[in-house]
Write a protein that binds this ligand. Structure first.
Ligand code: C2E
Ligand code: CA
Ligand code: CA
Ligand code: CA
Length: 276
């Protein structure tokens, strides 16, 4: 009501007001949801495109909402980012993923790489390096098994500071992946400077992949350049055999997508690995 009063002299737009009320409600719900442990982590298998064997998983958050059921990140991640709630939420996801990784190690499912998404706000948060290292210590995560996925926009924002943070974490064995590659403002020049080991081709490219199209040229070139820079290439959003075969012929390394598996709870990953 305060917000409404403040702006009344200028104009009154009910839809803007409704939007704001909705956002505030959702923000409060996310905050409460974190406290109530309503967020859960799903894992999407990533496989070696040639052998079909699992090489890792990507941790993806879901919200087990008491009324709305399973809510997807598209419906809350942006607001969590805007409000800074992504910091506690992201920490929770990282801690959960690291714990899971150690449980798999202990159960004999060894060497599975764990990829976790890290947002702009997290990278810019005050103690990001120490916060991550604390979680690694606390969970006994093997740092060499952790891959942090950052998007181009994250890395672009304050490139020298981001590189400094990345280097501090790389010293401990953690590696980085450049996510959603091809969707942002990536310049190839900038690939040269950022200390990543993996590059993820966005699903938009994978899904528009057809022979002799612009996308085909782009994807093939990206893979070639990435390999010259000794990066592993992960293709996201593989849904069909055709896409898988095309990417195999372009020498892509790792595949992720519904063709193999949707993001699933950890128990189902265990069945996936055991082939049941
Ligand atoms: P992303 O990092 O690009 O993750 C890949 C998205 O593509 C996931 O959506 C995944 O479920 C979806 N996907 C994978 N394979 C296929 C496929 O074959 N077909 C189609 N149509 N989709 C596929 P999801 O889980 O809904 O997540 C959406 C976005 O939310 C993620 O995009 C990521 O940017 C963000 N996100 C999810 N979890 C986290 C998190 O813990 N932290 C942060 N900061 N962001 C997260
Ligand atoms: Ca990702
Ligand atoms: Ca993506
Ligand atoms: Ca993304």
């Amino acid at each position: 009501a305060k917000v409404e009063g403040k702006n009344r002299y200028k104009f009154y737009d009910q839809s803007i007001n409704d939007e704001m009320v909705k956002k505030i409600k959702l923000r409060n719900e996310i905050r409460q949801g974190i406290i109530n442990k309503e967020f859960v982590v799903y894992y999407q298998p990533q496989v070696n495109i040639v052998s079909g064997k699992i090489s890792g998983v990507e941790a993806l958050v879901r919200w087990r909402h008491p009324i709305r059921g399973l809510v997807m990140p598209g419906d809350f991640i942006d607001l969590a980012e805007e409000t800074g709630l992504i910091i506690p939420l992201g920490e929770y996801v990282l801690r959960t993923a690291c714990r899971q990784s150690m449980e798999w190690e202990r159960a004999g499912l060894t060497g599975i790489m764990m990829s976790v998404n890290i947002s702009v706000k997290q990278i810019n948060s005050l103690n990001i390096v120490q916060d991550i290292l604390d979680i690694i210590d606390e969970t006994h995560m093997i740092p060499e098994h952790l891959i942090l996925e950052i998007t181009e926009s994250v890395a672009m924002e304050n490139i020298s500071k981001t590189i400094d943070i990345m280097n501090q974490l790389r010293e401990k064995g953690i590696t980085f992946s450049l996510d959603d590659f091809g969707t942002g403002y990536s310049s190839l020049n900038y690939l040269k400077n950022i200390p990543i080991n993996h590059l993820k081709i966005d699903k938009q490219f994978v899904q528009n992949l057809q022979r002799q199209t612009f996308e085909e040229v782009v994807v093939r070139s990206i893979i070639e350049i990435a390999h010259r820079m000794e990066l592993t290439v992960v293709a996201e959003g593989i849904e069909t055999l055709e896409q898988k075969e095309a990417l195999t012929s372009y020498n892509c390394d790792i595949a992720q997508g519904y063709y193999y598996s949707k993001p699933i709870p950890h128990q189902e990953v265990e069945s996936f690995i055991k082939g049941i």
